[in-house]
Write a new protein. Sequence first.
Lengths: 269, 533
Amino acid sequence: MRQALSVGWTSMRDALHAEWTKLRTVAGTSWLLLAMIALTVALSAMAAATVHCPTAGCGQDPAKVSLTGIQLGQAVVAILAVLAISGEYSSGTIGITLAAMPRRTTVLAAKAAVIGGVVLAAGTLAVLGSVLAGRLILPGSGFTAAHGYPMLSLADGPVLRAAAGSVLYLALIALLSLGVATAMRDSTTAIGVVLGLLYLFPIVAQAVSDPQWQRHLQQLGPMSAGLATQATINLGSLPIGPWAGLGVLAAWAAAALLAGGLLLRLRDA
Amino acid sequence: MTAGTSTPYRSGLRTGRDGFAQLLHAEWTKFRTVRGWVIGMLAAALVTVLVGLLGPAGSCEGPGGQACKPSAPQVGPDGEAVTDSFYFVHQPLAGDGSITVRVTSLTGLYPPNGAVPAGKGPLTGMRSGTQPWSKAGIIIKESTRQGSAYAAMLVTGSRGVRMQYNYTHDTAGRPGAVSATSPRWLRLTRSGDTITGDEWADGTHWTKVGTASLAGLPSTVQAGLFVTSPDYVVTTQSRSFGGSSSTGGPTQATARFDHVSLQGAWPRGAWTGDGIGSQAGGGGPRLSAGFRQAGGRFTVSGSGDIAPAVAGRRGGGSRTIEDSLLGAFAGLIAVIIVATMFMTTEYRRGLIRTTLAASPRRGRVLAAKAIVLGSVTFVTGLAAAAVAVPLVERLERDKGLYVFPVTSLTELRVIAGTAALLAVAAVLALAVGTVLRRSAGAVTAVIVAIVLPYILAGASVLPAGASEWLLRLTPAAAFAIQQSMPEYPQVTASYTPNMGYFPLAPWAGFAVLCAWAVLTLGLAVVLLRRRDA
């Protein structure tokens, strides 16, 4: 019997398999992933179609424009990740999950790996779609070589970094949401907290009168810092560097997962 | 053993009534007895105030170490913030009288790059050209004090002849530019508190352009010629998250006047020339304001503006009262969570079947829920906003920040409007929760629909046109109700969403959110009736 021999590694593999089966067979998953890709590409394409660059040096960042849809797509990613754990609490399957897999940290780690992997895959599609839309639409909006903008291409280092960074951004948002939802248990509260964390920092940063505080808030906010990875021009004026920004988001995600994991271990399910 | 009939049991309780009041009472009982919802509402009020308190937080120094204490605008006769700086060639006028003048030219100088080259004299590098709202003409003013009441007849750079008074009022006269071959005759007549502005438009008789009633005008006023020219503004898109920024520089206008004729009790003495306010806006170098008089001809140069002040949301430490209500976004998220749960929890726990069994008219159930939720949210929002606005304003003033003054009616509209916005958003969330029956999707849909357009419009990525459409069509339009500073056509400024100006009027923007709520509520009623619970 395999269970008799089960050591850490095997149980992790089982946990991954179990989580993958759960995620795969829940009705909402494929719809949410499709919606995420569609909404991301749609908003990106709309942004690319509305932004105009009439003259050289119009100051617009074509990569950032064509990745605008991430700001909408992340909300769907948050739903997916929150439901992965809150769904278990609301339907009561968490009891069965934990009975079958008593190592709770392993359960959470497996969930994080599966959700992260799925979002990485779907996020890659969404980002590729957005970049393709930008590549097709932006030249018509004045982003031409004559105005100092070569065609958007992933062969270009900063653009590749913006695209890959956006995929990582979505995956980190999924982990952050999973951590928050594990701590909160209830899906409504969890999704509200996640969206609040994401959307409130940029708004509150506007309200602060002290420019230093404004900058710090933008450096601290998971969305405003994480999306710094989308910038390809004028990096010096960013409140935080592209990779440092993703690092801030990763720290948020790690803190949320840690808090969720601790509460999962300490509390009754 | 008695073979009597047994009386069936009758409850001593009265039979329940199914009136709407009972339904309201039932929903209110549900709301108030769930601890999480009550805590959620209290949290909404709390975060609204606390996030608002972040506004005046921090030190009062900019990145360069300069104090963020701004140059405070003047306060006009109606209590609003105004700009009042111009070159004034004046004499006292006692009692009633009139002044007539012919304007033969209006020319100007402006800094082409939005900044005056330093150190080479004030006018070096300036290009010739007037601003659209460069002004020259005649003015009757309470005194030479900045912010005092006035009425003026003037020609502008490219907006034709206007009659303006008390900063906010503006009436158009004949369009077209002024030149030696096409001069403009202007006349101002004072009679008591009433000042009439006329223009010799068709070469045969005087045409009235407008009438100003300046209550409390003293019997002796200052009257004469004036010239002013507002700052040249170049708006550049910012590359970071901060939004677009404006740079500009002071401009100067010069006008020639002749045929000055006065009726009434004028001293017939020499004209006095005074620069009212700093004769260069934006703290730039002083331009060469002044006047020359040769025979009956006057050449007057001036700089500045006589106009209402316009708020730039992130400019120079000046604040508007809606800045203190940005916490409402945090409160909004809490309210949306509670409002969605108010419906979706019934589905999750199966309570909806009991609710609908007790009150089979499903539309009325939803109406009762909406009324209870809307009222609770309105009261909560009102309390939070009524605390946040005066408190934050007080802290900001203590800190030396300038807060644009608004009338108490506007302040009331901003506070009550914020509460109403939260209440209608709660009803929208309730309706979306009824339609979707799942809380995670419903909460996300409502938050994204209200908050994301606001963020996208405020970020500098989208052009102003697209941002404005976002704030016309989406529920985020409702934040227009918080806008306390009106848009003035007679002042050139960037009235864009990221400067705090909404494309719709306050109540029109609020109506957009109401329309979304009503439509969704209608859909919710239809679905609630059709579907099995």
